[in-house]
Design a protein around this ligand. Sequence first.
Ligand code: ATP
Ligand code: MG
Length: 160
Amino acid sequence: MLVRSSSAAETRALGEALADAARAGDRLGLVGPLGAGKTQLAKGFAAGLGVMGVVNSPSFTLMAEYEGRLPLFHQDLYRLGGTQEAMAAGLVDERQDAGVTITEWADRLGSPDTIDRLSIRFTVLGEEERSIELTGPDDGRHEGYLAAAIRWEARAGRSA
Ligand SMILES: Nc1ncnc2c1ncn2[C@@H]1O[C@H](COP(=O)(O)OP(=O)(O)OP(=O)(O)O)[C@@H](O)[C@H]1O
Ligand SMILES: [Mg+2]
């Protein structure tokens, strides 16, 4: 599904709404150019999970962990070389089965790592306008997120 955001605050609100659907083991992949709003969405998602404190891009560590309703693993793979490096860097870790992993620049991971993720793809339409496309594998696992996005859109009174 496709939604529109007209401000950073709206994108954070979308992230917060999506967190309502979070379940242990979920993985969300954020894709889009520099400054698209991936971190803004991650901040909202963290707030929705009840994470206290500031969530920024973990640029120098590749992954940061936060405590919320579920553990949150926030990854930023901008500087990642490839899938081999991701495995070596511990970016795929069984502890993530107990929490939610949200990954900026998820397209830096080759398949099959991208296959079972909810993909959230940003397109920059203007200074503050973004289109945000949510797609999941057709396995029913991510329907809760799509429903949350629909509720958010209805609340925001807008459509793509
Ligand atoms: N609709 C919008 N949604 C999100 N951010 C927006 C929007 N409009 C303007 N912005 C601004 O765009 C910037 C987005 O920055 P953010 O760090 O979230 O991008 P990013 O996709 O994580 O980039 P990077 O790849 O560098 O990590 C912020 O300065 C934010 O205020
Ligand atoms: Mg970022």
